[in-house]
Design a protein around this ligand. Structure first.
Ligand code: GDP
Ligand code: IMO
Ligand code: MG
Length: 432
C-alpha cells in the first residue's frame, strides 16, 4: 500500500484539493504537510462545493484520518471556523488530528503580516494572503514560536508568549502602535487549547505506525513548487517548503518510505499575488481565460492572473520534486480554442533558454517562446476514457507529457470527483 505525495507544480490552485479528496476516498490517512489557511481548495462532491483552507482535503472522506502535520502553521480561529462550517453541513470531523509540533498563528503574527507588507510597499510587496503565514514561520525559525503542544500548558505558554512579545512590542512601540498584552494572548490561546487538546497527536509516530501496518497515506501539499521558499521565485514565494522535501520534514516520515510523488498541473497557468509570470495574459485574452476557468481566489477572492501553459515550469517541477506522475487538470477549459499556445522555452537577453533560469530576475525578464497546437470544439466534460477525447485533445496531452519529463497519470475534464480520466492508478503497485 503506497505513500503518495501530492503537490502543486505551478503557482498554486492547480486542483490539488480535488486530487487529494479523490485519493482520500481510498486512503487511510491524509496528512497536510506545509502552509496553513493561506491555501484555498474547492472540492466538488456531486455538485456540492466545499471550500477548504486549513484542513486536509481528506476530511470529506468518512473513513480517512486527516492529520495536520508539524510543517503546517495553525490559526486556531480559522481551524474552528472551518470545523464549524463542515459540521453545519453534515461532515463528520471526528477523524481530525493535529501534530503536537505544528506552530500556531497568533493575533500578533497576523498583525505583522500586514505591517511587513506595508513596509515593503508598492513594487516590493509580496501580495500575501494576509493570514500571518510568513511571520509565524519566521518566529519558528527564530525559535520564538508557539507550538500546538504549548497550548495545553498554561505556565509554559505564558513564558513562550512573554518571550515573543518582548520582541514584538519593542517593534510595535517604535512604530507608534498599541502594544499587545500577554494576558490577552495567553487567555485566548488557552481557550483554544482546551478545544484542541483531544486532537493532539505525535503525528510522526502515528504515520510511521500506519505505514508499518500497510496503510495508505497521502501527503497533501499546499501552495506549489514556484511558491516554495527554496525552489520558487524568491522573494515572491510563501514561507514554507511546498516541494517534496516539505512532505518529509513536515510530517516526520522518512524519504525512503515514499512510493510516489505526484505533481498537479493545470492545462494553463495562474498566479495570485506578485512575482514573475512569463506567459501572463493581460487584457481581453486574460479575462477570457479567467472567466472560462473561474479563476478567482478561494481564500482572498482576488482575481487570479492567468496565462498559457509553461512547459519549462513543469519540467523544473519534475526535477526539483523527483515527480513520478503528473495530473493534468482543467483540460476542459481549453475547449473551443482554435489554436492553443504553449510556452516551450524563453528568450532572455536575446538568447533562447530551454530551462527555467535559476536567477529570479532573468525569469522576470523571460519572454515566452510559443508553439501552437490545434484545438478541439467537442465538449469533453463527460469523457470517461482517454480514447473518448477528441484526437487533438489526446495529441495535446501527449505533447505536454513529452515535454514534462514525467508520465501523465490522470486528466481532469471537470471539477467533480468523477470527471477524471485515469491513465495510471496512483495507488497501484509502487514504482520503486
Ligand atoms: P488547489 O488550491 O490546488 O486545490 O486548487 P483550487 O481549488 O484553488 O482551484 C482549482 C479549481 O478548479 C477548483 O474550483 C476545482 O473545483 C476546479 N477543478 C479542479 N480540477 C478541474 C478540472 O479538471 N476541470 C475543471 N473545470 N475544474 C477543475
Ligand atoms: P493553494 O494551496 C495560490 C501566494 C500569495 C502570495 C504568496 C505569499 O490554494 O494553491 P502567503 O500568504 O503564503 O505568505 O503569500 O503566496 N499563495 C498562494 N497562491 N494558491 C495558494 O494556495 C497560495 N498560498 C499562498 O498569493 O503571492
Ligand atoms: Mg487554491
Amino acid at each position: 500500500m503506497p505513500a503518495v505525495i501530492i503537490l502543486g507544480v505551478q503557482w498554486g490552485d492547480e486542483g490539488k484539493g480535488k486530487a487529494t479528496d479523490q485519493l482520500g476516498q481510498r486512503a487511510d490517512y491524509v496528512v497536510k504537510f506545509n502552509g496553513g489557511n493561506n491555501a484555498g481548495h474547492t472540492v466538488s462532491v456531486d455538485g456540492e462545493k466545499f471550500a477548504l483552507h486549513l484542513l486536509p482535503s481528506g476530511i470529506l472522506a468518512p473513513n480517512c484520518v486527516s492529520i495536520i502535520g508539524n510543517g503546517v502553521v495553525v490559526d486556531p480561529q480559522a481551524l474552528f471556523e472551518e470545523i464549524d462550517m463542515l459540521e453545519s453541513r453534515g461532515v463528520n470531523v471526528d477523524n481530525l488530528r493535529i501534530s503536537a509540533n505544528a506552530h500556531v498563528i497568533t493575533r500578533y503574527t497576523k498583525m505583522f503580516d500586514a505591517i511587513n507588507e506595508e513596509a515593503l510597499g508598492e513594487g516590493h510587496k509580496i501580495g500575501t494572503t494576509g493570514r500571518g503565514i510568513g511571520p509565524t514561520y519566521a518566529d519558528k525559525a527564530s525559535r520564538i514560536g508557539i507550538r500546538i503542544q504549548d497550548l495545553c500548558h498554561p505556565k509554559r505558554l505564558r513564558q513562550r508568549v512573554e518571550i515573543a512579545l518582548a520582541q514584538k512590542n519593542l517593534l510595535l512601540e517604535a512604530l507608534g502602535r498599541e502594544i499587545i498584552s500577554v494576558d490577552c494572548v495567553v487567555e485566548e490561546l488557552l481557550a483554544y487549547g482546551r478545544r484542541i487538546a483531544p486532537m493532539i497527536i505525535d503525528a510522526s509516530k502515528v504515520l510511521n505506525d500506519a505505514l508499518d501496518a500497510g496503510k495508505t497515506v497521502v501527503f497533501e501539499g499546499g501552495q506549489s513548487t514556484l511558491l516554495d521558499i527554496d525552489h520558487g521565485n524568491y522573494p515572491y514565494v510563501t514561507s514554507s517548503n511546498a516541494t517534496a522535501g516539505g512532505a518529509i520534514t513536515g510530517s516526520g516520515v522518512g524519504p525512503t518510505r515514499i512510493d510516489r510523488v505526484v505533481g498537479i498541473v493545470k492545462a494553463y497557468a495562474t498566479r495570485v499575488g506578485e512575482g514573475p509570470f512569463p506567459t501572463e495574459l493581460k487584457g481581453e485574452e486574460g479575462d477570457w481565460l479567467r472567466n472560462a476557468g473561474a479563476e478567482f481566489g478561494v481564500t482572498t477572492g482576488r482575481p487570479r492572473r492567468c496565462g498559457w501553459y509553461d512547459a519549462p515550469v513543469t519540467r523544473y517541477a519534475s526535477r526539483v520534486n523527483g515527480l513520478t506522475d503528473l495530473v493534468l487538470t482543467k483540460l476542459d477549459i481549453l475547449t473551443g480554442l482554435e489554436q492553443i499556445p504553449v510556452c516551450v522555452a524563453y528568450e532572455i537577453d536575446g538568447e533562447r533558454v530551454d530551462e527555467l533560469p535559476v536567477d529570479t530576475w532573468d525569469f522576470t525578464n523571460a519572454k515566452p517562446i510559443y508553439e501552437y497546437h490545434p484545438g478541439w470544439t467537442e465538449d469533453i466534460s463527460g469523457a470517461k476514457t482517454f480514447d473518448e477525447l477528441p484526437e487533438n485533445a489526446q495529441k495535446y496531452v501527449r505533447w505536454l507529457e513529452s515535454m514534462s519529463g514525467c508520465r501523465f497519470s490522470l486528466v481532469g475534464v471537470g471539477p467533480d470527483r468523477n470527471q477524471t480520466i485515469v491513465l495510471h492508478d496512483l495507488l497501484d503497485a509502487p514504482t520503486r
